[in-house]
Design a protein around this ligand. Structure first.
Ligand SMILES: Nc1ncnc2c1ncn2[C@@H]1O[C@H](COP(=O)(O)OP(=O)(O)OP(=O)(O)O)[C@@H](O)[C@H]1O
Ligand SMILES: [Mg+2]
Length: 253
């Protein structure tokens, strides 16, 4: 079984990187072998794991025509770090089906080594994100429950469909979940209804609540399960992970 999943939302600061780190960590705890790829020139995922900018970044690999060399972080988790130079990759990228010329060509040889390959996308729908979708089986979208966040959803759906109808027939939005949820806020409930209207049964049952521990953990280079097992963040991401695992029968290759 393997799955290649992009975690994407072109809106910034919605919890993409936090979700990649903690879903990855939770899957590893559940015995899955996981590769996390930092495809964001901000390199927040790389920084969260305390990895220095290195020769192994996806930029170097791409520009020098080398194979990706994952860095082992902990049991069952490898990472492909980013560096700020990743922005330059965007210039070199092409969306051709030529496998030597895009990110799918780099990722495909690694598929058999992992149960999950999860890509942390930048907050845009530029070429890096398009390439991530072209290389992925699934796109999972974290959404912060704001009115404006919902407005952007039509665009990401359109882009995934465009990739699906051109270079990657397989890719689909397999799930959507709410992050930084605060049940005391009425607006959040309204937004949740709208999200369910768009995505129906692809909306995760679990909502990730606002929880300060989720913001504190990466400062110490830790995932939420290492940082505070008893936090709401650990509870919520633990549940999200179980929902991701439940999808294996339908989405696993
Ligand atoms: N559930 C949560 N509760 C509280 N804070 C959170 C939660 N999820 C994420 N954060 C914090 O919110 C900020 C933005 O999160 P994160 O970096 O994961 O978003 P992002 O979508 O990856 O951002 P970008 O678009 O810049 O890549 C971070 O400081 C993070 O620690
Ligand atoms: Mg991020």
């Amino acid at each position: 079984m393997n799955r290649v999943i992009s975690i994407s939302n072109h809106k910034g600061g919605v919890g993409k990187t936090t979700s990649v780190v903690n879903i990855g960590a939770g899957l590893a705890i559940q015995g899955r072998k996981v590769l996390l790829i930092d495809l964001d020139p901000q390199a927040n995922l790389t920084i969260s794991f305390g990895i220095p900018e290195s020769e192994n970044s996806i930029f170097n690999t791409f520009t020098k025509g080398k194979e990706l060399e994952p860095v082992n972080i902990k049991e069952n988790i490898d990472v492909i770090p980013a560096s700020s130079d990743l922005a330059a990759v965007e210039i070199k990228l092409s969306l051709e089906t030529n496998q030597n010329n895009n990110i799918s060509g780099l990722i495909d040889p690694l598929r058999s080594k992992y149960d999950y390959i999860i890509i942390d996308c930048p907050p845009s729908l530029g070429l890096l994100t398009l390439n991530a979708f072209a290389a992925s089986d699934e796109v999972i979208i974290p959404i912060q429950p704001h009115f404006l966040a919902v407005k952007g959803l039509a665009k990401i759906i359109e882009v995934v469909n465009k990739i699906k109808s051109t270079i990657n027939r397989k890719v689909e939005i397999s799930g959507v979940f709410v992050t930084m949820f605060d049940k005391r806020r009425i607006l959040h409930k309204d937004v949740l209804d709208t999200i369910i209207m768009y995505f129906d049964d692809r909306v995760f049952k679990t909502k990730v609540r606002s929880n300060i521990a989720l913001a504190e953990a990466p400062v110490l280079g830790k995932d939420i399960f290492e940082y505070d097992q008893s936090s709401n963040g650990a509870f919520d991401y633990g549940r999200i992970v179980l929902e991701v695992i439940d999808m294996e029968a339908e989405f696993g290759n």
